[in-house]
Each structure stands twice: as structure tokens, then as C-alpha cells.
Design a protein around this ligand. Structure first.
Ligand SMILES: Cc1ncc(COP(=O)(O)O)c(C=O)c1O
Length: 381
């Protein structure tokens, strides 16, 4: 698969381009002042040399303790710092899990559509992907049962505000998945990259809380604090601890101590829940401005959803049309969007992913006018 994500990041950065593509947080939401204070404290204090030194493979223990505590109180399952392994962004977890569990030719279940960056990473290990169709409620039960019955080693899922579709699993879908997975030999990879960005809270229980022994939960500070710091993690069942430790040590010794220390200090000295509330309010307002502009500028032929969190909206052109043409036409007028097709194992020709989190108010209106004109010229002759 071509490397769409990084190519679009490059195109989106060209001067004058408006971007509804990529999955970048809003730059203006980075708390640079608090992070500067944290950096000063980390480098100015007694722990400075250990922040700059090699550290434990699993990561900085006080930070892992804070993450385990959040798992217990916010995510509804029991975890200790020993279950938490820090990684270079949650993206690294895909590679680690592929290395630990996949051999060439193994079956692996993935959401269809699913997160492209994960599909690209897992594909290095040569699995045969079984695309599981997705409804507004969650994965198709029969398809998932069949893939698991066939011996799929992993099921990669994003139950909260999925990338690319913005959809979340219903609670009954979460229960169904947990039942299919439990004791099956198929490990659920529950990616919670956007779980903290629910405008009205988390959209449902974690599946990890229902099938703790059969689930690895992935988390990240990328969408909340800073993606550039590359601080992610996986919470593994006890039986996986030793394997995870060996795998991370072999790949990279450890992920960066310095960034972990800064984030740990940030969490110790700021009210994280209050910080998250203001982030969620900001994104909720942006989503409203974005969908208002969609209502105003897009023709009736287009359909889209209205997610209650995350960063993405899933746009559909009429059945049977090729949204790649829409992508190309909008691009020629200065708007970058993300075609939906590359997120699919099969199908998805009439889909486009839009990110409402990155553009500012002016860009939302200007970009939506471009998109509306392009839609009208292609679909309303
Ligand atoms: C669903 C999902 N998982 C994981 C990642 C990787 O994020 P990071 O490595 O920055 O934690 C992304 C990035 O956009 C994502 O959308």
C-alpha cells in the first residue's frame, strides 16, 4: 500500500492549502506554557540525570502507575504498573504485537474500514487480513465469529470514535465482541487512541474490562497532550508481560525517558480531567462549526455522520460513484481530504474521511465551499 498518510501530511503543509485530511490535533490546543514548566522542573530537579539517562524497558514507573490508575478509575478494569509498557507512540504497539504474535500467512481480523497506519504496520509481518464489515453499531458478528473460528491470531479494533469513520461501538456490540474473543485464542487489540476525546464522556465500556485476559489495550498522549512527544503505551494481560518486555528491549531498548518524564510531571502538576474537559469543549465546538458548514455548503446527494467525539467525520458520495475523483478535484482547488478507499480491505470507493479538529474557523468555511462546489460539479450535473 502506498504511504498515503505521510504523503498527505506533506501536501497539507504546502502554503495556501487547506487540510481536512490527516489526524493532527489543533496546534493552538498544545499547552506549551505548562509543558515548558514541566521541562524546567524535570531538567532543573534532582532527577535530571535519570531523565537524560537510559531507563527501564517498560518505561518510567511513576507514569505507568498513573496510567494504571486511570485504567482502574476511568476505563473500568484492574491494572497495575507492571501491566503497562510505554512505547514510541501507540503506533509502535502494532509493530510490537505483529512481532510477538504474527507469522507470515496467519489470519488476522481487521475492521473494514480500519486505521490505515495499523494495517500498514501489521502487513510487515505478512498476515492474511480478514476484513470485518462495520455497521453504525460495530463489527458484523458473523464475520468476526467466522474469522476467529478460522484461527485469526489478532482482531484489531477501535471501539471509540474510529479512525477513519468516527463511529463507536454500541454497548451490545462491545459485549458481543468480548464473548467472541474470550478464551478463543484470538487476542483483541483494543485501540483507544480517541477514547478520551468524547464530548460527553466515553462512548461505552472498554472491551478490556469484559475480556481482560484476551485483550491488549493501546493508549496514547498524542491526541491529548502532544503527538510529537511520541508517548504511547499498551496495557497487557499478566501472561504477556515477559514477552512484551523482551520484544521492546530487542527492538529499541526502551522508549524515550525524557518525554515520559515531562508528561509525568505535567500530569502531577495539572488537573488532567479539567485539561481534558477544555479540550473536549474546544473540539465539540469545532465539530459543530464543521457540520454546520457541511449542512450549508454540501449538496443533498452527500451523506455523513455526526460523531460525539474524536476527530473524524465519514463522508459518502452517492452509491456507485468514485470519491477519488472528488478528492482530486478538491485538491486541484486547494483542499486536501483523505480518500476512504485505502482504509478498506475491500470496497469503500464512495467514501472520504474528513478531520474537523485541524482546520480553524476560516479554513472550515473556505474548505467546505471548495468541497461543496466540487460535489455539485461531480454529482449534481
Ligand atoms: C486509531 C489510531 N491509532 C493509533 C494512532 C497512532 O498514534 P500515536 O502513535 O501518535 O500514538 C493513530 C494516529 O493517528 C490513530 O488514529
Amino acid at each position: 500500500m502506498p504511504s498515503y498518510i505521510m504523503k498527505l501530511v506533506e501536501v497539507a503543509e504546502r502554503p495556501g492549502m487547506i487540510s481536512f485530511a490527516t489526524g493532527l490535533p489543533d496546534n493552538s490546543y498544545f499547552d506549551t506554557v505548562a509543558l515548558m514548566d514541566s521541562t524546567e522542573r524535570v531538567l532543573g530537579g534532582e532527577g535530571a540525570s535519570s531523565a537524560l539517562q537510559y531507563g527501564a524497558t517498560a518505561g518510567y514507573r511513576p507514569l505507568r502507575e498513573k496510567i494504571a490508575e486511570r485504567c482502574r478509575y476511568e476505563l473500568g478494569f484492574d491494572a497495575s504498573a507492571d501491566d503497562v509498557f510505554m512505547t514510541n507512540g501507540s503506533q509502535e504497539c502494532f509493530d510490537q504485537l505483529g512481532r510477538m504474535f504474527l507469522n507470515r500467512g496467519d489470519a488476522m481480523a481487521v475492521e473494514n474500514p480500519g486505521y490505515l497506519g495499523a494495517l500498514q504496520s501489521f502487513s510487515s509481518y505478512g498476515p492474511i487480513f480478514r476484513g470485518i464489515g462495520m455497521s453504525d453499531d460495530g463489527p458484523e458478528e458473523d464475520a468476526l465469529s467466522a474469522a476467529v473460528g478460522e484461527g485469526a491470531k489478532l482482531f484489531y479494533s477501535i471501539p471509540n470514535f474510529q479512525n477513519p469513520s468516527g463511529r463507536s461501538y454500541s454497548n451490545s456490540a462491545r459485549i458481543t465482541v468480548s464473548k467472541i474473543i474470550s478464551g478463543s485464542g484470538c487476542l483483541l487489540v483494543e485501540d483507544d487512541a480517541y477514547g478520551e476525546l468524547g464530548f460527553g464522556g466515553r462512548p461505552g465500556r472498554t472491551i478490556k474490562s469484559m475480556a481482560p485476559e484476551d485483550t491488549v489495550l493501546l493508549g496514547s498522549f498524542s491526541k491529548t497532550i502532544s503527538p510529537g512527544m511520541r508517548v504511547g503505551w499498551m496495557v497487557v494481560p499478566e501472561w504477556m508481560r515477559e514477552t512484551a518486555n523482551r520484544s521492546i528491549e530487542a527492538a529499541s531498548l526502551q522508549s524515550g525517558s525524557f518525554a515520559q518524564r515531562i508528561i509525568d510531571d505535567f500530569l502531577s502538576n495539572n488537573d488532567y480531567n479539567k485539561y481534558l474537559s477544555s479540550l473536549r469543549r474546544g473540539y465539540a465546538e469545532k465539530k459543530k462549526a464543521f457540520t454546520d458548514a457541511m449542512e450549508e455548503h454540501l449538496p443533498e446527494a452527500m451523506e455523513w455522520n455526526d460523531p460525539a467525539g474524536g476527530m473524524f467525520i465519514w463522508l459518502r458520495s452517492p452509491e456507485g460513484t468514485d470519491a477519488m475523483k472528488l478528492f482530486e478535484l478538491a485538491l486541484s482547488k486547494g483542499l486536501v481530504t483523505m480518500p476512504g478507499r485505502p482504509f478498506h480491505i475491500s470496497g469503500g470507493d464512495n467514501t472520504i474521511r474528513l478531520n474537523f479538529a485541524t482546520p480553524d474557523g476560516d479554513e472550515i468555511v473556505k474548505g467546505m465551499k471548495i468541497l461543496g462546489d466540487a460535489c455539485r460539479s461531480l454529482y449534481c450535473p
